[in-house]
Ligand binder design. Structure first.
Ligand code: AMP
Length: 297
């Protein structure tokens, strides 16, 4: 295994001005692992409840995602209901119920411990840290988080950042953490520990920053955005999936990883849940990769 991802495996309901998804497969680990599976052998550390449909697990198994680290517990699965405004960058959480994920201890199966890379997807910092505590120090650990945890569990998030090789944050989260504009925020975040900082700027792309340089990567322009849910997770998953097969964190590898993350996010937002990603071909990934890289230059 090249990579494993910890985070939520969820049942989501998403309302957009154009349509409502009904109950669908969601979760930060689901989206991230699915995006990563196009580039590497990936496993999931999470938990689902007794209401979790078998057909959702089949969607993950069909892409070869390893589920040895997915626990089953009595009770309902993590549930999230989100609603978007006309502007797909504006979203409110109508309801979030951690359910069985709230009790999960994050135990990593023996068979995952040799994986060189770990993505701590969006979930509580205590769960993310319990996974880090089980890892050998040589592992490449990248972490994602959200404003909810920065405002509610700030000490945990700071400890997480200190112990990560790289982090993914959006503009708002970067400002919450550092009190600075994105460019300065990246520098301040490096001072907190990570070698690599990615600040996601929504429709304006992302800033990739490493010790020694930074670059702006634009988005792939999707004609018809249906649902932005999971875009951040697919970005992180595509990034890590690509990176996990590479021997070193060179500038080229990091830029390519950022481009692949951008491309996987662009497919995600074209439909609800994983519907579009389930139909993606390698040729489509390549076509979008070329487009984004061209404009990065
Ligand atoms: P994103 O759009 O990248 O923020 O990711 C949305 C996904 O994250 C949805 O599928 C949700 O099920 C999941 N999610 C939302 N809130 C949380 C949370 N507090 N912890 C873990 N996963 C969450």
């Amino acid at each position: 295994m090249d990579l494993f991802v910890v985070g939520s495996v969820a049942i989501d309901v998403v309302d957009t001005p154009r349509a409502s998804s009904g109950r669908v497969l969601g979760g930060s680990a689901t989206y991230a692992a699915y995006a990563a599976s196009f580039f590497s052998k990936v496993g999931i550390v999470s938990v689902v409840g007794s209401d979790f449909p078998e057909e959702y697990l089949e969607v993950l198994r069909r892409r070869g995602i390893n589920l040895d680290g997915l626990a089953f517990a009595p009770g309902p699965s993590f549930f999230w209901h989100g609603r978007y405004a006309e502007d797909s960058n504006e979203r409110v959480t109508v309801k979030v119920c951690p359910n069985v994920l709230g009790e999960f201890d994050g135990s990593v199966p023996e068979s995952y411990l040799g994986a060189p890379c770990v993505l701590l997807g969006n979930c509580s910092p205590s769960l993310q840290l319990s996974v880090v505590n089980q890892l050998a120090p040589s592992r490449l650990v990248f972490a994602d988080t959200m404003d909810h945890w920065i405002t509610g569990s700030c000490e945990g998030v700071r400890e997480l950042i200190r112990r990560s090789t790289g982090i993914f944050v959006n503009e708002f989260e970067a400002t919450l953490l550092t009190d600075a504009e994105p460019q300065d925020a990246a520098r301040k975040l490096h001072e907190m520990g990570p070698q690599v900082v990615v600040v996601k700027l929504g429709t304006k792309g992302s800033i990739l920053s490493w010790r020694g340089g930074a670059i702006h990567v634009p988005v792939y322009k999707v004609k018809d955005v249906l649902d932005a849910t999971g875009a951040g997770d697919c970005f992180a998953g595509g990034f890590m999936g690509y990176l996990s097969g590479k021997p070193e964190l060179s500038r080229k590898v990091l830029v390519d990883a950022c481009v692949y993350g951008t491309v996987m996010a662009s497919f995600c937002i074209e439909s609800f849940s994983l519907n579009r990603l389930e139909r993606v071909s390698p040729a489509e990934i390549e076509e979008r990769r070329r487009d984004v890289l061209e404009r990065t230059r």
